[in-house]
Ligand binder design. Structure first.
Ligand SMILES: [Zn+2]
Length: 311
């Protein structure tokens, strides 16, 4: 009997220990996000209250969302979150079962649902090297963050969901201040496009900027559709894009972050004058908080590049 009592005592002490530890740990609400732009938005919306949250970026090792391999710990982190925010496109299919099993108390924000009326299907444009593997169905482009309008709508939806787990007044003020900055930058993009003499972008690379060109009524040509898994552009693609560079008198050809620029170099070599410069647009697919750069910084860089290309 004595042994029984000490056994129960041990068990209850053990349980007490666990729950005491848990109360300390769960003081901070846990927000888990998949990609860097969402992380930066949440930090801005939380503002001064961010110390009341544990904000976890899953893709924090510079791996893009197309190639991300979740660890067992990542899945536990999502399951233990108070709030989970993700894009919800083709590359996030691994999350379907996990999200379906989250408890009702977890606030879930799927940005492609928030932006459902603005979603665009990936385009196979003239001159592109298509993927060898035929896709069974058309997919929506998942690079939603490369549109300032999408960013604004996403931030407003995230702030509204965050109000359920934190200081609603602070979030309302913070999201207003932040989306004002997004609006200002959006105006700068519009002015850039109006002032420009050109209206077309040529990417000797992958093309995650569909939402950006569509926001500002720009035309584009690219070597690949979205972030195609293909790495070699066909000869037809090189010849077609070099021809467009000549025809439109383009002084600049674009690549994206993470590119080795070989395709762009080959296109320039195949133009008549062979003197176009290569400029890089920032798609933020490899940015991490360690880079000490913000979503708005990256979009400002892109606006400066547009100024040059469209001049
Ligand atoms: Zn991509």
């Amino acid at each position: 009997m004595k042994r029984m009592i000490s056994f129960f005592l041990a068990i209850s002490l053990f349980l007490y220990g666990c729950s005491a530890q848990n109360t300390v740990k769960t003081q901070n609400k846990k927000i888990v996000v998949t990609i860097f732009p969402i992380y930066d938005w949440v930090m801005n919306i939380a503002g001064d209250t961010s110390e009341n949250f544990d904000i976890t970026l899953l893709m924090d090792q510079g791996s893009d969302l197309h190639n991300f391999q979740p660890s067992a710990q990542d899945i536990i982190t999502i399951k233990n979150s108070d709030m989970f925010i993700y894009v919800g496109g083709e590359s996030d299919e691994w999350l379907d079962d996990i999200v379906a099993e989250l408890p009702e108390t977890t606030e879930v924000v799927c940005l492609m649902d928030v932006l459902s009326t603005r979603m665009k299907e990936e385009e196979l444009k003239e001159g592109m090297t298509s993927e060898e593997e035929e896709k069974e169905e058309t997919e929506y482009d998942e690079h939603i963050w490369l549109s300032l309008t999408n960013a604004k709508l996403s931030c407003e939806a995230i702030a509204e969901a965050m109000e359920k787990i934190g200081d609603a007044e602070a979030f309302k003020a913070n999201v207003k201040a932040y989306t004002d900055q997004l609006d200002q930058l959006d105006e700068q993009f519009k002015e850039t496009v109006e002032k420009g003499t050109k209206n077309t972008l040529i990417f000797g690379d992958r093309f995650p900027f569909l939402y950006m060109v569509s926001d500002y009524g720009l035309d584009y040509y690219a070597a690949f559709q979205g972030c195609s898994a293909e790495t070699e552009a066909s000869f037809e693609t090189i010849r077609f894009l070099a021809g467009k560079m000549d025809e439109l008198d383009m002084h600049y050809i674009l690549t994206i972050d993470g590119s080795d620029q070989k395709i762009a170099e080959t296109i320039v070599e195949n133009t008549v004058n062979k003197n176009a410069q290569i400029l890089m647009m920032q798609s933020m697919q490899f940015v991490t908080p360690d880079d000490q750069i913000s979503y708005i910084d990256c979009m400002k860089e892109n606006q400066k590049i547009l100024e040059k290309v469209l001049e």
